[in-house]
Design a protein around this ligand. Structure first.
Ligand SMILES: Nc1ncnc2c1ncn2[C@@H]1O[C@H](COP(=O)(O)OP(=O)(O)OP(=O)(O)O)[C@@H](O)[C@H]1O
Ligand SMILES: [Mg+2]
Length: 432
């Protein structure tokens, strides 16, 4: 399915950069310079996902276009470039609820992520408005079991930080120790290894199942396709081969996920370290996004990057950091300060326990119930279920390093430097 068209009404120099970025991300763009153009685009285009208007350049023209979009009645969301002094007037407009604002200077990249998020939200809202109970707000975990299970996604853009380990053992801790039915989804379509680490043989993947649907037949649900693990977990892999993802259109997968929430108590999703559209859709659907961070510079840098991206996608408040292999490397308090987030939980190094459990297709939770690392995962499970953003007491009470973060950790300090020095791609008009 193609991505929705983005209507762009920016000045010529800015729109060239913004359109190039959007098109590189797969969004067709339609440039409009006035009401006449907009009317033609709306007539020709039945899949318009969002409109970028520029109130700062000309507020009357921009609100004129916004009025035309409102009158047209499709509820196309608007990303409005505005000056601070215009916000009050614009926020009082009747279409304010579907308008987001951006101020100069902005980068084309940040616009692209905003548009991605707006399209996800409007698709989700569209789907919800046709269902009987249109509640699709994401955010905090609801503890009403049996209704719509919370979705917890596990993600970091960095490989090897423990996403799969955290997803699998968190799922097992909720299943085995907290006695809730969990669906564990391996949504890493590139290098996912949930299935092999649990030694599940002959599994049917979602891609296989959906490919084999007879014409006019009904596709099997996530739960139909899932495999039962000895721990009681239901486990579903979207695919076992990066070459076989043809049935995994993001919209279909998200609709399948939404349906599966009615049949279990918790859904845990393991993701590939990339910003693939499927991952962005998962961020949009997740109630909580766990970000495993190992105590080393590349993993911390990845977490910093992801918090920025999550801000652009408007899902920053769903992030919760899990320090993995917490008992080594950079101190937890320094990681928290650098990433700008307190840790939801710490998982210690498990050494060979993971290898031993993996060799026989078990999790450390059911194989080593008395080990301290199992208790770490049970504590994480408990906090996830309570939706608590509780700080880990030990970390919160750690004193700040005497010389300050940058003095103590010059490499971490340079992360901040890089972020603030990054020039915007698009400058305010008139600036050189
Ligand atoms: N707390 C831990 N103690 C000991 N070993 C661990 C721990 N966490 C993860 N590992 C090991 O580190 C390796 C990488 O972990 P894992 O596969 O979970 O990372 P990932 O983030 O999912 O990687 P990828 O990005 O490739 O999917 C695995 O061999 C795993 O067993
Ligand atoms: Mg993984």
């Amino acid at each position: 399915m193609r991505r929705p068209t983005v209507i762009v009404a920016l000045s010529p120099d800015e729109r060239a950069i913004v359109c190039a970025e959007l098109e590189a991300a797969g969004f067709p763009t339609a440039i409009v310079v006035g009401n006449q153009d907009l009317a033609e685009v709306l007539r020709a285009e039945d899949l318009a996902g969002a409109a970028i208007l520029d109130a700062e350049m000309d507020i009357e023209a921009a609100t004129g276009l916004a009025d035309q979009l409102a009158a047209e009645g499709r509820g196309i969301p608007i990303l409005m470039v505005a000056a601070d002094s215009q916000l009050e007037r614009l926020a009082a407009r009747p279409d304010a609820a579907r308008t987001e604002f951006v101020m100069r200077p902005y980068s084309a990249d940040s616009i692209r992520w905003r548009i991605e998020a707006m399209c996800i939200r409007s698709q989700v809202a569209g789907a919800a408005s046709t269902s009987e109970d249109a509640v699709m707000t994401g955010g905090d975990i609801q503890m009403s079991w049996g209704q719509r299970a919370p979705v917890v996604a596990v993600f970091s853009p960095k490989g090897g930080v423990g996403k799969t380990t955290v997803a699998t053992n968190l799922a097992a801790a909720v299943q085995v120790r907290l006695k809730k039915q969990v669906l564990l989804v391996d949504a890493d379509t590139v290098t996912g290894h949930v299935i092999t680490s649990l030694a599940l043989d002959g599994v049917r993947t979602l891609n296989d199942a959906w490919r084999d649907v007879p014409e006019n037949g009904i596709a099997d649900s996530f739960l139909d396709v899932s495999t039962n693990h000895i721990s009681g977990l239901k486990v579903l892999a979207l695919t076992l081969s990066p070459l076989h993802t043809e049935m995994l259109d993001s919209d279909h997968v998200m609709a399948g996920l939404e349906a599966a929430r009615r049949g279990v108590d918790l859904v845990v999703v393991d993701l590939h370290p990339s910003y693939h559209p499927l991952n962005l859709a998962m961020f949009g659907a997740a109630d909580q996004i766990l970000v495993p961070v190992t105590p080393d510079i590349p993993a911390i840098r990845a977490a910093v990057q992801f918090t920025d991206v999550a801000g652009e996608l408007d899902v920053r408040d769903r992030l919760a950091m899990v320090i993995n292999r917490a008992n080594s490397g950079v101190p937890v308090a320094d990681i928290e300060r650098t990433v700008g987030m307190d840790a939801l939980a710490h998982i210690r190094s498990g050494g060979l326990l993971f290898v031993k459990a993996g060799n026989v297709g078990r999790t450390v939770i059911d194989m080593f119930p008395r080990e301290k690392i199992t208790e770490d995962f049970v504590a994480l499970a408990d906090r996830v279920l309570r939706g608590a953003k509780t700080h880990v007491a030990a970390a919160a009470s750690q004193p700040a390093p005497a010389s300050g973060l940058r003095g103590a950790l010059p490499m971490l300090g340079s992360l901040f430097a890089k972020r603030s020095a990054e020039p915007p791609l698009v400058r305010p008009s008139g600036e050189g």
